[in-house]
Design a protein around this ligand. Structure first.
Ligand code: HEM
Length: 399
């Protein structure tokens, strides 16, 4: 039975099931907005064993900027992913400063906008190959036909993995992140992914290439080169970090455009508006929420929290905080307030340049080649909750 700990005052209890809330499953982002309107900024939900939820921008920033109290080290591994005792830690995500600073450093430069510019042509080619496969049909399931394959392919290029294993890897990626597979299958899939990544690491140990795995092998972390387990920890985080997030960011963005023909036309006519439009789509459709665990008792914005309490930072809700974003439900080009989709603080997404590049190139090609598209009225999109807000199917029509 769900219980409420003694230190939680009744006025801060609000029933919200992050995975199964019916209103969230109907429209995830409308539900995020409703949490701003209906729930306290920091509320406790007794669902799933009970935890705190933070929904406002300033509150979340204060938490992420204080990792000594709000730790990533004790975070629960998302379902199906290895707990630290399974052999390796997800790096750099499951560390706190100052250790985190050392683990994060080797990623910053290879994932900078400048270093990634060389990938742009490959992303364009991949996007066009995927468009070729659906263009004449006049319809597609955007989710499985385009949004899923793109980031997997790209990760393989970035990591220097052979793209002839694409089909196998895509299958594994889909299994690892699917909500419909059981826990055992997911764990087994996860181990298989780690096994494949281990092969790549071993081969790069023997011979370096022009790829991220080789760059990481040559890094120095706290005075030593990364161990094999650390390399696995990096590779698996990078692989999974870039998958579901980009898949869903693309899908929610395209769904928005499918419902706004005027905006589609505007972006087609002037692609220079795309970077701003992408940021506003990222704000409206935040994806990931992320947990922190209290290392000690702490009063947070007037609320007494206890050591060991978990707080889920609902980043997609913070994007609907009207103290930061006036008229938060409206798509407004040219907002200057930074959104929370990539979080703030030391763990702010290190893959954001790659995500932005993927999205920019994708929208450029998609809007150039696909005629005005709309949702299929016979098959509305379906949604899923959990650590990531997700779409499971997005049928589109353009004939
Ligand atoms: C739209 C797409 C993406 C979204 C919404 C997203 C979201 C996030 C968020 C919210 C965090 C912070 C987690 C925390 O504070 O605990 C994060 C961290 C991270 N992301 Fe992303 N991400 C995206 C794309 C990517 C891509 C493409 C990669 C792969 C290169 C990636 C790799 C990572 C890694 C390695 C971290 C951990 C950083 C650290 O701990 O310092 N992400 N991401």
């Amino acid at each position: 039975m769900d219980t409420i700990p003694a230190h939680v005052p009744p006025e801060l209890v609000y029933d919200y099931d992050n995975a199964r809330d019916p209103r969230m499953l109907e429209d995830p982002h409308a539900r995020m907005r409703s949490l701003i309107l209906e729930a306290p900024p920091l509320f406790f939900s007794p669902c799933n064993g009970g935890q705190w939820f933070a929904t406002r921008k300033k509150l979340i920033m204060d938490i992420t900027m204080n990792p000594a109290v709000y730790s990533n080290v004790f975070r629960l591994a998302p379902e199906g992913q290895p707990e630290p005792e399974q052999g390796f830690r997800m790096l750099p995500i499951m560390t706190d400063p100052p250790e985190h600073t050392a683990y994060r450093a080797p990623l910053n430069q290879p994932l900078s906008a400048k270093s990634l510019a060389g990938l742009e042509a490959a992303i364009r080619a991949m996007t066009n190959e995927l468009i070729d496969q659906v263009l004449d049909a006049g319809r597609c399931d955007f989710f499985s036909d385009i949004a899923e394959p793109l980031p997997v392919t790209l990760f393989m290029k970035l990591a220097g993995m052979p793209t002839d294993r694409l089909v196998e890897f895509r299958h594994l990626a889909t299994q690892a992140t699917s909500a419909t597979v059981d826990h055992e299958t997911r764990s087994a899939t996860f181990k298989q992914i780690a096994g494949i990544l281990a092969e790549t690491i071993k081969s790069r140990q023997e011979k370096r290439e022009e790829d991220l795995i080789s760059r990481l092998l040559d890094a120095t972390i706290q005075g030593h080169p990364p161990t094999f387990q650390e390399m696995l920890g990096y590779s698996v985080t990078l692989f999974l970090g870039g998958l579901e997030t980009v898949v869903n960011a693309l899908s929610f963005g395209v769904r928005h455009l499918a419902r706004d023909q005027e905006l589609q036309a505007k972006l087609r006519a002037d692609p220079s508006l795309l970077p701003g439009a992408i940021e506003e789509l990222l704000r409206l459709y935040g994806i990931a929420s992320t947990p922190r665990r209290l290392t000690r008792d702490e009063v947070c914005h007037g609320v007494q929290l206890k050591q060991g309490d978990m707080v889920l930072l609902l980043l997609p809700a913070a994007n609907y905080d009207d103290t930061a974003f006036p008229n938060p439900e409206q798509f407004i080009l040219g907002r200057t307030e930074p959104h929370m989709t990539f979080n703030t603080g030391p763990h702010r997404c290190v893959g954001l340049n790659l995500a932005r590049l993927e999205m920019k190139v994708f929208y450029q090609e998609w809007l150039k080649r696909i005629p005005p598209f709309r949702l299929d009225p016979q098959a509305p999109p379906r949604f899923m909750g959990g650590f990531n807000l997700a779409i499971t199917t997005l049928p589109l029509l353009w004939k």
